[in-house]
Design a protein around this ligand. Structure first.
Ligand SMILES: [Zn+2]
Length: 283
């Protein structure tokens, strides 16, 4: 199955956002006072060329982030702890077009979660079915959602996603799951922590699995160490999700693809599973 990692610009974060320092309120504050920044990290969305239709996973960020006032001034996180850069032609719409994928080829748009750098490209999919977990939608909506960091402005007026509740059908260590395709080879699983309703997408392809993991962690290494990020809704849930991913990968070779890991595209290209070391050319 052909899977494209589509980079829609970059995001730089304070280092204690990428990996949390301290606990509770302290942990959130640390992301704001940190003076150290990550390098610009990729913002990935994905397109799966499935026989039942293209499945887009997340929509990346919009070039509108460069407009003054796009992010609310009252949000200290967007003022002090995030810097995004997106060019128009890096938005997901033009990139899909360049891949030869038109709007009517897209069967589903699955949102891992609704943070701005995942939902910024929604306006490219006005006529497609968009899938969001009900828990995520409840958490992200309204004023409370805005205060929780969902800036909401990227949501188009017509935004009315199909809300999903995953039935308690176990998939390995995941306590719930929902097959998306008739073929049963693309399955949604809960990966809560970064946000309570975050979804992971597991693609089974020729003896291995590919996990499109949203922001379950910012790197594979952080997931392997069980290191929570600095802003996630629930650190303990994040660590439990890491544990489940490791357990799943122990039973099935799994290519782990979080949205902001600089290694994501190369791991996808090589189909390199978790825990295997990249082959080095002899010196
Ligand atoms: Zn996020």
């Amino acid at each position: 199955m052909k899977i494209h990692a589509i980079q829609t610009g970059t995001v730089a974060l304070t280092t204690s956002w990428r990996e949390g320092v301290g606990h509770g309120r302290r942990r959130l504050l640390n992301t704001l006072v940190d003076r150290e920044w990550t390098e610009p990290l990729p913002i990935y969305a994905f397109a799966i060329e499935h026989p039942e239709g293209v499945i887009v996973v997340d929509t990346g960020e919009t070039a509108r982030v460069a407009e003054p006032g796009y992010f609310p001034r009252w949000s200290p996180f967007f003022r002090f702890a995030v810097r995004e850069r997106v060019e128009r032609e890096q938005e997901i719409g033009p990139q899909l077009e360049r891949l030869g994928i038109g709007p009517s080829d897209v069967r589903w748009v699955v949102m891992t979660h609704l943070h701005t750098d995942h939902a910024g490209g929604l306006r490219h999919f006005p006529n497609n079915e968009i899938l969001v977990s009900r828990t995520e939608m409840d958490y992200a909506a309204g004023l409370r959602g805005r205060l929780r960091g969902y800036v909401n402005r990227p949501w188009p007026e017509w935004f009315d996603p199909t809300l999903l509740e995953l039935p308690p059908v176990e998939l390995g260590p995941f306590p719930a799951s929902l097959p998306l395709t008739q073929a049963g080879d693309v399955t949604l699983v809960p990966v809560p922590g970064h946000t309570p309703g975050q979804l992971g997408v597991i693609v089974e392809d020729g003896g291995h699995s590919i996990l499109l993991a949203g922001d379950s962690s910012y790197t594979e290494d952080a997931m392997l160490r069980g290191a929570a990020d600095g802003v996630g809704a629930d650190e303990d849930a994040e660590r439990l999700t890491h544990e489940r991913i490791r357990a799943y990968a122990a039973a099935t070779p799994t290519v782990y693809l979080p949205s902001h890991d600089p290694e994501t595209a190369v791991r996808l290209a090589e189909r390199r599973p978790i825990g295997t070391v990249r082959e080095r050319a002899a010196a």
